[in-house]
Design a protein around this ligand. Structure first.
Ligand code: GLC
Length: 561
């Protein structure tokens, strides 16, 4: 154990199992968490001041979205310097202090590594633009001549934010020139990971942060990092949707070379003490392809998007859970269970719609009405389901408060690149990124100094959802979440006992029932009817009213000893 490691390991005994095998990791979207310097944007000192809140909530680690210098063309996922902190968020000294404080509170720190692309303002890219076609500066990226005499993009690949994945540059002689590849926005040029300079530099970036004490990295857009040689057409129509979960043999997604990069990083991470974590964001076609990211010499864990995108439907959730566990078992990797993130519609809103499943980044307002009371009941039940499953779990800031998606943000504040790239038809992800309500009766609800406008406006109705209000209410989502995390910490069966389905409830496929070991049972009623409760044991925690039956859209944890 080094001095930079957390003082306590929570319920997970570091000597027995690496901490990440069953950790609950809280995602902080830094811009929207807490603002200390009063500019309306969250920052590191704001996060640092709220670390005791996270420790008290009972999570094990904090994943911080990109904190690097960035023009914010994609909320920080466009990095212009991988070895510094954006001045809007603070300084390297603030990051060091944050890591130290977090460790003293028993919290680990995971940071985002955006390696598929840099910002267009990264010195490598500005040098590439200034250089000539074919120069080494251009070879760190994908610069190619266009087709049709240069007029058309080099191939038919599409961007995740809409439109073609290629942009044409103006050469230094002022004429139209080559095209460069960007899987995301034009301000996010893709790096060529075949280039040894790129590989070596990112080794240094990883060391830079591991040496400073970060406990893990979340690999952004991992399946994008390798491309098929020759960059052949993918067969995409220009207006095709970016549906990576459906693609098979894509030349620009989930290509074999990605795994080489992960192996390199795994070797590097394993050279450090303290079980440094590599977790990938990999939206790929099904659990078998996903499991390839967590082979024993690759990432330790990977986000489970099939679970995140699943509808509120018992048999579907059960089959996603089974497929996840079955596909990961041969590699010995734990599952991760995720319901929410800075890219996805908030669960309270999506579970209150008729269409409860969601597609990747198919977020924001769909125009479909949501019954938020129903959505909240389901989100509460889903929380107990998620925290009872074997493996690790992620909570996205505000999920513990049951925040809904903000669907009526004025158009002139929208910042997600999807909005402009879609010709202002897809509102994008800003609705799940609205700054947190901490206290008080009016915006900015303690997020920033009174009188300062947060970077996205908060709904006036959030007075009822502040941390302060919910702390004082035993029936709140926050209280439920704290109670669930406390129990999870205390019970070793929730860390290491396998899941067994309770088959005598099979006659009710809309009721999920499973045990973890012999002493713990979880029941979730996804049907519209209440279920009479036989003797399942002593109720530990209930998401709904505790009246002897399991109400529709509710969940209960039992102790069976
Ligand atoms: C990931 C991030 C998302 C970002 C994209 C491009 O999906 O979670 O926010 O827009 O990668 O970096």
């Amino acid at each position: 154990m080094t001095s930079s490691e957390p003082a306590s390991t929570g319920a997970v005994d570091g000597a027995r199992a690496p901490w990440w095998r069953s950790a609950v990791i809280y995602e902080v979207y830094l811009r929207s968490f807490a603002d200390k310097d009063g500019d309306g944007t969250g920052d590191l000192r704001g996060l640092r001041s709220r670390l005791p809140y996270l420790a008290e909530l009972g999570v094990d680690a904090v994943w911080i979205t990109p904190w690097y210098p960035s023009p914010l063309a994609d909320g920080g996922y466009d990095v212009s310097d991988y070895r510094d902190i954006d001045p809007r968020y603070g300084t390297l000294a603030d990051a060091d202090a944050l890591i130290t404080d977090a460790h003293a509170l028993g919290l680990r720190i995971v940071i985002d590594l955006v390696a598929n692309h840099t910002s267009a303002e990264h010195p490598w890219f500005t040098a590439a633009l200034a250089a000539r076609p074919g120069s080494p500066e251009r070879e760190r990226y994908f610069f190619r001549d266009g087709r049709g005499g240069g007029e058309s993009p080099p191939n038919d690949w599409i961007s995740a934010f809409g439109g073609r994945a290629w942009t044409r540059v103006t050469e230094s002689d002022g004429g139209p020139g080559q095209w460069y590849l960007h899987t995301f926005a034009p301000e996010q040029p893709d790096l060529d990971w075949e280039n040894p300079e790129v590989q070596d530099d990112f080794d240094e970036v990883l060391r830079f942060w591991f040496d400073r004490g970060v406990d893990g990295v979340r690999i952004d857009a991992a399946p994008a990092m390798a491309k098929k040689a020759g960059l052949p057409d993918a067969g995409h129509a220009p207006d095709a949707l970016f549906e990576s979960a459906r693609w098979v043999d894509s030349p620009h997604w989930d290509v074999e070379g990605v795994h080489e990069i992960l192996r390199r990083w795994r070797r590097l991470a394993d050279g450090y003490d303290g079980h440094r974590l590599i977790v990938t964001e990999s939206v790929v076609n099904g659990p078998e392809r996903l499991a390839r990211y967590v082979r024993p010499d690759e990432a330790h864990t990977t986000f489970n998007f099939d679970y995140l995108h699943a509808p509120w439907h018992g048999p579907t959730l059960r089959s996603v859970i089974d497929a996840t566990l079955t596909s990961l078992a041969p590699h010995g990797a734990p599952a991760t269970w995720v319901l929410s993130s800075h890219d996805e519609t908030r669960p309270v809103t999506r579970f209150g719609r008729a269409e409860t499943g969601t597609a990747l980044m198919g977020t924001g307002s769909t125009g479909e009405r949501s019954d938020l009371a129903l959505g909240l009941r389901r989100a509460r039940a889903a929380l107990l389901l998620t925290l009872a499953l074997p493996g690790g779990a992620y909570l996205y800031q505000g999920e513990e408060l049951g925040l809904p998606e903000v669907e009526d943000l004025p158009e002139d504040v929208l910042q997600d690149p999807s909005w402009e790239r879609s010709g202002r038809t897809v509102r994008g992800r800003d609705g799940c990124r609205v700054p947190l309500p901490w206290s008080g009766a009016h915006p900015p609800f303690g997020f920033t100094a009174d009188g300062v406008a947060p970077w996205l406006p908060q709904p006036a109705g959030w007075a009822a959802l502040t941390v302060e209000t919910q702390r004082a209410d035993e029936g709140s989502m926050l209280s439920l979440c704290r109670a669930a995390l406390r129990l999870r910490r205390l019970r070793s069966d929730l860390h290491d006992a396998p899941l067994t389905w309770v088959e005598d409830l099979r006659g009710r496929p809309e009721v999920l029932a499973f045990d973890r070991g012999t002493a713990f049972r979880c029941l979730v009623n996804l049907s519209p009817e209440p279920v009479a409760l036989e003797d399942h044991g002593r109720v530990l925690l209930a998401s709904g009213p505790d009246d002897g039956s399991l109400a529709a859209d509710s969940a209960v944890w039992f102790d069976r000893t």
